[in-house]
Design a binder for this molecule. Sequence first.
Ligand SMILES: [Ca+2]
Length: 404
Amino acid sequence: MTIFGINRRAHRGWKLALTSVSMATLVACGGSEGALPFQTLDGTQPLVIGHRGSAGYLPDHTLEGYKLAIQNGADFIEPDLVATKDGELVARHEPNISGTTNVAERPEFAARKTTRMVDGVAETGWFATDFTLAELKTLRAIQPLSERDQSHNGKYQIPTLREVLDLAKTEGVKLNRSIGVYPETKHPTYHVDANLKLEDRLLAVLAEYGYTKKESPVIIQSFEVSNLQYLRPKTAVRLVQLVDGDDYDFKTGKVTFAAPFDRPYDWTRAGKTANFDSMLTPAGLAEIKKYADGVGPWKTYIIPVKGTFDAAGKMLDVNGDGAVNYADGTSQSASNLVADAHKAGLMVHTWTFRNESRRLTADLKGDPKAEYLLFYRIGVDGLFSDFTDTAIAARASYLKELGR
Ligand SMILES: [Ca+2]
């Protein structure tokens, strides 16, 4: 998922709901007496997904990070999956492990440094696909973002998918609640090219745990399309089509497109020229519904962000911190995307929510909870957060608003 943060908007949803929802509807939705209904597809509360574990607090994709997310209340934890040279699935954000491990400090692996093409882009570094699982296990995770706590660097191992599934199961038993696992197939085409195709390996591991049904505590996500279409007839586990973009145009509030974030890479390979946003029209959503259970759009597709411009067309430093950037944007009214997706029978899981002030638009006034509330009120079915505790606290406020 793209690095850039996001935003928010006005408050159509719940104010209207407060005045227009009848008691009959409330009872039908299964709420307690006097409670307002959730706006989600299935009428249950929105899910909180621990993005890469607890990326705001601990290095991405470590058992310690996943465990903290669970302790902080996550309903699901999210391992991104890449393959090792010997075909094991491990949790890393990308095949290139240079930024998320201490591999560069290990002289015995110096010769493994190489340049590989990932989604049409030449990357230089160390790649999981060149290491056996045993070798990867000797590495330790590091925090990739310099603004975040670096004090846990060098402590934690790269977990396998099985270890993540075991952790979710064990912690779920301890807490007496279901902890779901939300794996993402990372760069499926890259893995096909490396002769380490992800999909059957993933299904085989899930089958070991009996996770083959729609109600299994697993949701598989992908930015590519054909691998989800490949998975559909092979598993009843829920599938989610992720929808990316490159950046924003602060004048229009629209997502912009540039390779490799212009379209699913399997589309690029197949010579398709449509961009990611073509998936989010009613026709695009109907297409997704043929092979997936939900859509996972970047949150700016749901609540666009615009800047404020002077007469000369210069974007203004709204928050007065001397820099002009995302934090000077203002959340706009919600698009029709959540409503359209729900109409198509698709759940909507959006990303990524982060606490840092530079990742919050000016209208949020530094309060990350305010951003979650905007999205909960619109009816998103789930969201990916780097700070699960904040997402859960905001959900508690939302439940209060609804009288639950
Ligand atoms: Ca500013």
